[in-house]
Design a protein around this ligand. Structure first.
Ligand code: PLP
Length: 371
């Protein structure tokens, strides 16, 4: 169906991505910038975001799974790509062939990588991950010397090339949190052990929050995710521009007499005659049902409330006595410059983080376009 007007649409401002990457790279001038585009670019589209980030000065891309990384290669991306979390028996050889950097958190993972490298006849590029206190993946400090020794041997055999020692922070979005310094100390110690084993890896530790808040932890590369999409992980202000707008249009308007109730369960009743606008987006399109009666949209020049329950496919907006045109644009969230709700406001209302809001916007029924 060419040229159909989308019912619901995510619009991604690639200039905002470029602006944010430029700002973040300037905050870590001595370090390379990795643009993290996992989960389809946090819901923004991995490929267009990757291209914009590379244009703005990023030189690495980060993806969670090898499948995501291979998709980027297949689309013609030639930059360094690192992929860090797959299950055993993933076809690592495909990644090694494609020049994807892999991560090893254990001797078993390293052995899998080395074996795949032997099959392809090409050394695998490996980043050794130390668990400095997040306790997710990464190698526990007591197992680290063994992992480092195995890696040094595999490097001597020509099966792997040890590119980096790396780790991930647990509490960088809370400036001054004591866990960050503790993690940094363990990280430095793990690096020293790798050096003592004769390795000369680069180091990377910082996520967006640490890129903005902890210049002492930038090391050789920073890995920026959320801030590149314009969402600020820190309590202090930063000049970031949210890249994603979620919008729809008014499908129908009607006058409702006072005393009538709206939507399933009749959770809202009008106290006066009013105009309702029906908007064809619901929880199947990324409007959480928990926003029922708790959020506004931007419509015809001002904020107006969602009244009654959010349904699977539609919401109802109370417009009072204002004239509302059918077909008028409705902004569910945006960068906030007009006064419209932001992904952050949704997250605060729902008791979650904006990462979850934008990442949840990749849905088959929601169109995506780029500006
Ligand atoms: C997601 C992720 C990042 C980016 O984190 P942000 O908080 O979005 O900047 C960096 N490193 C790793 C390992 C990640 O999984």
């Amino acid at each position: 169906m060419p040229d159909q007007r989308p019912r619901a649409e995510v619009v991604v401002e690639l200039d905002a991505i470029r602006h944010n990457v430029t700002l973040l790279a300037a905050r870590a001038p001595g370090s390379a910038t990795m643009a993290v585009v996992k989960a389809d670019g946090y819901g923004h589209g991995a490929l267009p975001v990757a291209q914009a980030a590379l244009e703005a000065g990023a030189t690495w891309l980060g993806s969670c799974s090898l499948a995501e990384a291979l998709d980027l290669r297949a689309a013609g991306i030639e930059a360094r790509i690192m992929s860090w979390l797959d299950v055993p028996e993933t076809d690592l050889a495909a990644g090694i062939e494609a020049g994807i950097d892999l991560s090893a958190s254990s001797v078993r993972e390293l052995a899998d990588i080395a074996r795949s490298a032997q099959r392809t006849g090409k050394p695998a590029r490996v980043h050794l991950k130390i668990d400095t206190g997040l306790s997710r993946n990464g190698c526990q400090p007591h197992d680290w010397p063994e992992l480092v020794d195995s890696a040094a041997k595999a490097q001597t055999d020509g099966r792997v090339e040890v590119i980096a020692v790396w780790s991930h922070l647990a509490c960088a979005d809370e400036p001054g949190h004591p866990a960050t310094d503790r993690q940094a100390e363990r990280f430095r110690h793990a690096y020293d052990i790798a050096r003592d084993a004769g390795l000369h890896p680069m180091r990377h530790l910082a996520n967006s929050a640490a890129t903005l808040d902890r210049p002492d932890l930038h090391f050789d590369m920073v890995r920026v995710g959320i801030a590149m999409y314009g969402l600020n992980p820190l309590p202090q202000n930063e000049d970031l521009r949210p890249a994603m707008t979620f919008r729809s249009s008014v499908a129908l308007t009607k006058r409702l007499p006072a005393g009538e109730s709206v939507s399933y369960g009749h959770t809202w009743t009008s106290t006066r005659d009013t105009t309702l606008a029906l908007v064809p987006v619901g929880y199947a399109d990324g409007v959480p049902r928990a926003l029922s009666n708790r959020m506004d949209v931007w419509l015809a020049g001002r904020r107006r409330p969602i009244v009654g329950r959010v349904c699977m496919d539609q919401i109802v907006i109370d417009c009072g006595d204002d004239e509302i045109r059918e077909g008028e644009e409705v902004v569910l969230f945006g960068d906030g410059h007009l006064g419209e709700p932001t992904a952050r406001e949704w997250a605060d209302t729902l008791g979650t983080i904006d990462y979850e809001i934008v990442t949840g916007m990749y849905r088959p029924r929601v169109a995506r376009s780029y500006r």
